[in-house]
Design a binder for this molecule. Structure first.
Ligand SMILES: [Zn+2]
Length: 307
């Protein structure tokens, strides 16, 4: 029993407490758009090793026919349901304004200050839960399925730079502006606008073509030499800290940089930020596959499962 076990326990009791508490918190941002999540999960699933692929398939409900990406947006769909309202703070991290750094003990809490209730804490928690899979019996299957869906979704979210944003503007949600001709906000520009504009401008709105292009970039293209290092981190449970630190750094350098409320963002912003959005989707997918291959792979030696 160590930190992992404590985290799992903590999150369980927090769930109960928060069911009542979060009723008063205002609904917050979305997440990577549906398109961003779907591509992240498609990238990940295509990179699963046979044993991990089998486990993932077994955990998915039959009606999705083995397609993880079909349920990768599920945690966004249920976050405002009464039963799942406690999960609403698990999609993001609010960092101190202008700090441009992530510090787990300082920043990983919900708006009420409850510790571990942020996207990095949740990824650790669901990773720990999934490590129990091998010990689980069939009556635990439903929870394991939820843990898989949350993990798959949240690894996507933590890679969206504005999901690790400043507290006062709620990760850019309160920064109203225009995206080309329509009204939007800075958070949504990163969640969805850039992806949709790229899909329309370069891929004739064909998301499969978009996906294939991203995959080619790391198999044979511009990221093929970097992709190996994307999986690096000290241990599985420390990985989310690295991803969150990268995101807030990108949010400062590219997300918030030069943006004034009320302005119109157009070609210049799109052209310079699109490569970052696409790379984060790719990294999210590659890293999700690494996590799932580590948890569910045949060689289970790297991680000590919590007691
Ligand atoms: Zn989300």
């Amino acid at each position: 029993m160590g930190r992992i076990g404590e985290l799992v326990r903590l999150c369980r009791c927090v769930n109960v407490v928060l069911v009542g508490l979060v009723l008063i918190s205002a609904p917050k941002a979305q997440a990577w758009s549906k398109e961003g999540h779907i591509m992240t999960c498609q990238i990940a699933q295509a990179l699963l090793e046979p044993h991990a692929a089998e486990v993932v398939k077994n955990l998915l409900p039959d009606y999705v026919d083995g397609d993880l990406s079909a349920l990768c947006t599920w945690p966004d769909q249920i976050r405002h349901w009464y039963k799942y309202r406690w999960t609403s703070s698990l999609h993001f991290i609010d960092t101190p304004d202008k700090a441009c750094t992530f510090d787990y003990s300082r920043d990983c809490h919900d708006p009420h200050g409850v510790k571990d209730m942020c996207v990095a804490g949740a990824i650790k928690n669901f990773t720990s839960q999934l490590m129990h899979y091998r010990e689980g019996s069939s009556d635990r299957r439903y929870n394991m399925t939820e843990a898989l869906l949350f993990l798959s979704h949240l690894v996507g979210d933590i890679h969206q730079p504005m999901h690790v944003g400043f507290t006062s503007d709620e990760g850019g949600n309160t920064i109203q502006l225009r995206w080309f001709r329509h009204k939007s906000n800075l958070h949504h520009v990163w969640d969805r606008e850039i992806i949709l504009t790229a899909a329309a401008d370069y891929y004739g709105k064909d998301m499969l073509l978009f996906l294939k292009d991203i995959q080619t970039n790391f198999t044979h293209g511009i990221w093929s030499e970097d992709v190996q290092s994307w999986g690096d981190c000290d241990s599985l449970l420390s990985c989310p800290n690295k991803y969150a630190a990268e995101s807030i750094s990108l949010a400062c350098k590219w997300g918030y940089k030069g943006v004034e409320p009320g302005e119109t963002l157009a070609d210049e912003y799109f052209n310079s930020r699109m490569p970052i959005v696409v790379k984060r989707i790719a990294q999210g997918g590659v890293r999700l596959s690494m996590i799932l291959n580590t948890i569910f792979g045949k060689n289970h030696h790297e991680i000590a499962a919590p007691a």
